[in-house]
Design a protein around this ligand. Sequence first.
Ligand code: 5BU
Length: 259
Amino acid sequence: MNSLKMSFSERAKTSSHPLTQRLLAFMDAKQTNLALSADVTSSKELLRYAEEIGPEICLLKTHIDILHDFDFSVVKRLRELADKHQFILFEDRKFADIGHTVSHQYQGGVYRIADWAELINAHPLPGPGIIEGLKKIGLLKNNGLLLIAQMSSKGNLMNSEYTQQCIAMAHAHKDFVIGFITQEKLLNDPGYIHMTPGIQIAEGKDQLGQQYVTPAMAIRDRGNDVIIVGRGILSAPNPVEAAKKYKQLGWEAFQSRLK
Ligand code: 5BU
């Protein structure tokens, strides 16, 4: 069956990964395929957005290392808000080193990412060892991994051969890799989730190479599942209203592809 035509709850049944099942269930129940990229530098702001925008999203993406006032109580509170509003926590750490190093970066240090972020991502560039290093820590906790198969930024080096190798690496670790960061749907397996950044209401770009497409282009035309939106929401005059708008546009685009 064409996975583009399946509801998220139908797709949940095709995966044995508890995180995939939980994410797809949230998406279906809350009728949202919106992820907030909460790229802010104060923990107060981060927690405020999680509380206020939490009801609109299926997933909250952090760059925890850009907080100027991080301490572990912030992620504890974030976890409570994720459970209260039913969204997944995704730390956009973009691991990119050998397995041994990433296992430490994931588990330890100041941020102890594995303890609170059920979802992380990694560049497949170093080879399968990076997945093995992360999986060693994450699998026991029922955490999951997204492989970065394509990027939104202009001039990035990920050609189609790279993307294909990334897919092959995902297949070899289906117990831990739950999907991809990508600009387009990569394969028809309904168990993989395709998440896409570089989204705004109108097509465009920023001053530093970011390139934007619209929610409809990302979800309806290119077959992605989740839109990841940062400044489109955070820089709007009213971020909560903007989040509601993106939620609506993302969901309409998803509905239109079911027809
Ligand atoms: P924006 O404000 O909507 O442009 O933020 C996009 C976010 O997604 C930001 O946190 C980036 O680090 C992240 N991102 C991206 O923009 N493009 C990519 O290809 C990947 C991540 Br991978």
